[in-house]
Design a protein around this ligand. Structure first.
Ligand code: IMP
Length: 178
């Protein structure tokens, strides 16, 4: 017998209006901080960061280049926190100012891996901009230079974040109960 998956209605944690206002603030801060540079290489992590990255970068006025990583975590018998790069960036970052844009920092393993890689490749500077910081579940240290919102240890969906590939296109951040 086939088992129907259940996708309950999330409860609103952060409204679209609140997200919108915070992104305005973050974009203004980026414009100030990178005003004297020759522009930024913005690197998103697929797929969750896409909505945030687009809305953020439409509001900054410093020149930007955009590229994407895609990662997955090893499961099964491999060690926890081992992150695999499934899609690499194509742009050269040697000597460039890089801004890594991510939806959420949870354990921190994904971003720790990517930050190390970007630095190893000779970026002039690497900073992290994350929409959500779930600090209670952090397992490795990942400094967040630009943070949208701190959240508790809850499973969130929407605005790029998914549960089983659903909910990414919600305009708000919601919590899935249970
Ligand atoms: P980390 O390596 O544990 O920090 O995991 C980061 C990734 O896990 C994020 O890019 C998300 O794809 C996923 N993730 C972590 N927490 C949540 C959540 O509450 N909802 C949806 N995805 C999450």
């Amino acid at each position: 017998m086939s088992q129907e998956k259940v996708f309950p209605e999330p409860t609103v944690l952060i409204s679209s209006e609140k997200i919108d206002r915070r992104i305005d603030e973050l974009a203004a801060q980026l414009d100030r901080d990178y005003a004297d540079t020759d522009g930024l290489v913005c690197v998103g992590v697929l797929k969750g960061s896409v909505f945030f990255l687009v809305d953020l970068l439409q509001r900054v006025t410093v020149p930007v280049e955009i590229d994407f990583f895609q990662t997955s975590s090893y499961g099964g018998t491999t060690s926890p926190g081992e992150v695999r790069i499934r899609k690499d960036i194509e742009v050269s970052i040697r000597g460039r100012d890089v801004l890594l844009v991510e939806d959420i920092v949870d354990t921190g393993y994904t971003l720790r891996t990517i930050l190390d890689l970007l630095r190893f490749r000779g970026a002039r500077s690497v900073r992290l901009c994350a929409l959500l910081d779930k600090a209670a579940t952090r397992e490795v240290v990942v400094p967040i230079d630009y943070c949208g919102f701190q959240i508790d240890n809850v499973f969130v969906v929407g605005y790029g974040l998914d549960y089983d590939e659903r909910y990414r296109n919600l305009t708000y951040i919601g919590v899935l109960e249970g």
